[in-house]
Design a protein around this ligand. Structure first.
Ligand SMILES: *Cc1c(COP(=O)(O)O)cnc(C)c1O
Length: 382
């Protein structure tokens, strides 16, 4: 089955009512037939649900769909995207380990390093995503994994997944890719050799700004290593959110097609405007990483970042002049959203960390929605 069909037709459980659309299994726990059934379930000798922190049919359906859509053997759904990232690090890293992380990652991902990994004796170095030659010098005998985002938030840096996965295999480390901006529809990191793909399902997977969620997709062996953290520490996805997200996946392909179409048109328009200093959009032919982007992505995605020649002051004026576009920290919504990363999503970083991640004070991030493109352009009063 093709992507669109899988996203709609993969359904795990039906009740005895023969419902067409998947029901929500809004139950915190499950009953056992008898004492022996209970014992067998707890002993892992029988398949079944015990408690929704461990497994739940609505959550399982979302997990099965995500794994199938991204070519992974299995998936763990989590309460948020950050829970997916934290569960992965907490499960795969031990005191004394070292990790490499791209400088261009989501603000809260940085905070996990500084606030938690450091105090547990896990060390890390940041790599320049666009300068692979420098990476080898940072590899240590205890380097366990490399973590990156492509396209990155908010600079939209593109990292060559095939080359990076070859680098990781050579140095015997796992490659983890935050695939949030691309979604499984536009990019399949595992097909390029990544070991784990991570999502904030809060963004395009929901796509309508309603619920939070996250997903970890990998092979069975790695998922088995992460699952006990889920079960015991409990950052599990709620059945309601899983139900919303499974339904959302049914329209992911068609939504992404329009996000990409609108974004490319707006990026092209921005680039031609005399007040714009530069535009970051992976599928603009002028983009220095256009070749890699078109090799590993089906289309450029719905995110654009740009800076006006007038810098921060001109950027603030543009933000305050809008009438329709939402000023919000979220992204990947039907509604177009504008953000100023330096004073919001990445404000907890030091100015040096922001500079290293390519987040200048004047950078504006635009999450292009599904309104008519003419109305979005009309609201960007340049
Ligand atoms: C939003 C985001 C996250 C975190 O996801 P939450 O669902 O907000 O916890 C992680 N990575 C990227 C790239 C994001 O944009």
């Amino acid at each position: 089955m093709k992507f669109e069909t899988k996203a709609i037709r993969l359904q795990t459980d039906r009740s005895q009512h023969h419902e067409h659309s998947t029901p929500i299994f809004a139950t915190s726990s499950f009953v056992f037939d008898d004492a022996e059934h209970m014992r067998a379930l707890f002993a892992n000798e029988a398949e079944g649900n015990i408690y929704s922190r461990f497994t739940n049919p609505s959550v399982r359906e979302f997990e099965n769909k995500m794994a199938a859509l991204e070519g992974g053997e299995d998936c763990i759904a989590t309460a948020t995207g950050m829970a997916a990232i934290f569960a992965t690090f907490a499960s795969l890293l031990s005191s004394g380990d070292h990790l490499l992380m791209s400088k261009a990652v989501f603000g809260s991902t940085f905070k996990i390093n500084d606030d938690y990994l450091r105090k547990w004796g896990i060390t890390y170095d940041y790599i320049d995503p666009l300068n692979m030659e420098q990476w080898t010098a940072l590899v240590k005998p205890n380097t366990k994994l490399l973590y990156l985002e492509t396209p990155s938030n908010p600079g939209l840096d593109i990292i060559d997944l095939e080359a990076t996965s070859a680098f990781c295999k050579k140095h015997d480390m796992l490659l983890i890719v935050d695939n949030c901006f691309a979604t499984p529809y536009l990019q399949e990191p595992l097909a390029f050799g990544a070991d784990i793909s991570i999502h904030s399902a809060t963004k395009y997977i929901d796509g309508q700004g309603r619920v939070m969620g996250g997903a970890i997709i990998s092979n069975k062996k790695i998922i088995e290593q992460i699952y006990p953290f889920m079960k015991n520490a409990g950052p599990s996805m709620s059945p309601f959110n899983a139900w919303v997200l499974s339904k959302s996946l049914e329209t992911l392909a068609i939504r992404m097609d329009r996000h990409c179409q609108n974004a490319l048109q707006i990026a092209t328009w921005l680039e031609s405007n005399s007040q714009v200093a530069y535009v970051n959009y992976p599928f603009l032919p002028s983009n220095t990483q256009y070749e890699i982007a078109t090799k590993q992505m089906k289309a450029g995605g719905g995110m654009i970042s740009f800076e006006l020649k007038g810098g921060i002051n001109a950027g603030r004026k543009l933000i305050d002049a809008r009438e329709m576009i939402s000023l919000s920290a979220n992204l990947g919504d039907t509604r177009t959203i504008i953000t100023h990363p330096a004073s919001s999503t990445h404000s907890k970083l030091t100015p040096e960390e922001r500079a290293a991640a390519g987040i200048t004070d004047g950078l504006i991030r635009l999450s292009v929605g599904l309104e008519h493109v003419d109305d979005i352009i009309a609201d960007l009063k340049l």
